[in-house]
Design a protein around this ligand. Sequence first.
Ligand code: DQA
Length: 137
Amino acid sequence: MKIIIINGPNLNLLGTREPHIYGDNTFENYFEVLKSKFPTITLDYFQSNIEGEIITKLQNVGFSYDGIILNAAAYTHTSIGIADAVKAITTPVVEVHISNTFSRENFRHQSFISPYTKGVVIGFGLQSYQLAIQSFL
Ligand code: DQA
């Protein structure tokens, strides 16, 4: 089983960015934890602050991987291009958010991506990624 986690803009700053919202762990640390929790899964990780790079990555993995876990971060609420890419590929996508976007500003309540996903995991901190992986098992 091959799964990739794709993180969008500013998620490279996890650990230092608004720790009261996103926690104080880096994603690189947490990724090691995830790999040890799921030793039989081939887990890949990609992060970009650039919308087009996320679209290209979705296209490149989206016809061969078994699952994609996508936290498009702020692009969730703005990007028709990423939503179209999720719609265009055949690999199922699970959308993830670390924070509970529904308890935050109104502009975070809309996701252009959700309609084209297998499901959405929101608000469980970094554990949201673990729950998303479990949804593919
Ligand atoms: C986020 C929520 C988004 O609203 C925000 O722009 C992010 C992170 C989350 O994981 O909680 O950058 O996707």
